[in-house]
Design a binder for this molecule. Structure first.
Ligand SMILES: [Zn+2]
Length: 178
């Protein structure tokens, strides 16, 4: 298999070479000085790349089958979940707002401002709950460290969170749309 045209190569002043899988695309991020090594790098990652490409294909297939009806009451739903989880951690956001974004479902600033992607209205109730819970956890822990994961798992449930994360991938294509 030829990987060169299936992997987007991005040069950036990074210290380490890394791969990213986002929005149905595999990206190789590397410093400009390593550009001549692309073929070599892709070759060593052959097995992994093949697996990722298959995964992307299967997600694309599943994506075609999901229904995306916008929910009218999604903000009420968000407020309910905010209340539910903030009560548990005893921290509340300063403000909540909605915006159309292309790369994430939600954001939480270090000052406690939470922004949700307007597109969450297309998600299921469980996924909206997961995203709210995730951002609420950021009110306490601002990174994605192990502590953060533990808190999220504790609040939302480990198995449920795992399921939500994989389900969420089916909706990623919505992020790309305007
Ligand atoms: Zn996060």
């Amino acid at each position: 298999m030829e990987f060169k045209n299936k992997v987007k190569v991005i040069t950036r002043n990074v210290k380490y070479i890394r791969f990213e899988v986002k929005n149905f695309q595999i990206r190789l991020i590397l410093p400009p000085s390593h550009l001549h090594k692309v073929s070599e790098i892709l070759e060593t990652k052959r097995g992994w790349l093949k697996k990722q490409l298959n995964l992307i294909e299967s997600i694309k297939e599943k994506t075609k089958k999901i229904k995306t009806e916008p929910k009218t009451g999604y903000k009420t739903l968000v407020n309910q979940f905010i209340e539910k989880y903030c009560k548990k951690i005893k921290k509340y956001p300063k403000t909540i707002s909605y915006k159309t974004m292309k790369n994430c479902w939600g954001l939480c600033s270090s000052t406690g401002i939470i922004k949700f992607n307007e597109k969450i209205k297309y998600l299921t109730k469980d996924l909206i709950e997961y995203i709210v819970c995730h951002e609420v956890c950021h009110l306490k822990i601002h990174n994605h460290s192990k502590d953060f994961r533990n808190l999220l798992n504790k609040l939302y449930g480990q198995e449920k969170a795992k399921k939500a994360r994989s389900e969420l991938r089916l909706y990623e294509y919505l992020l790309l749309k305007a």
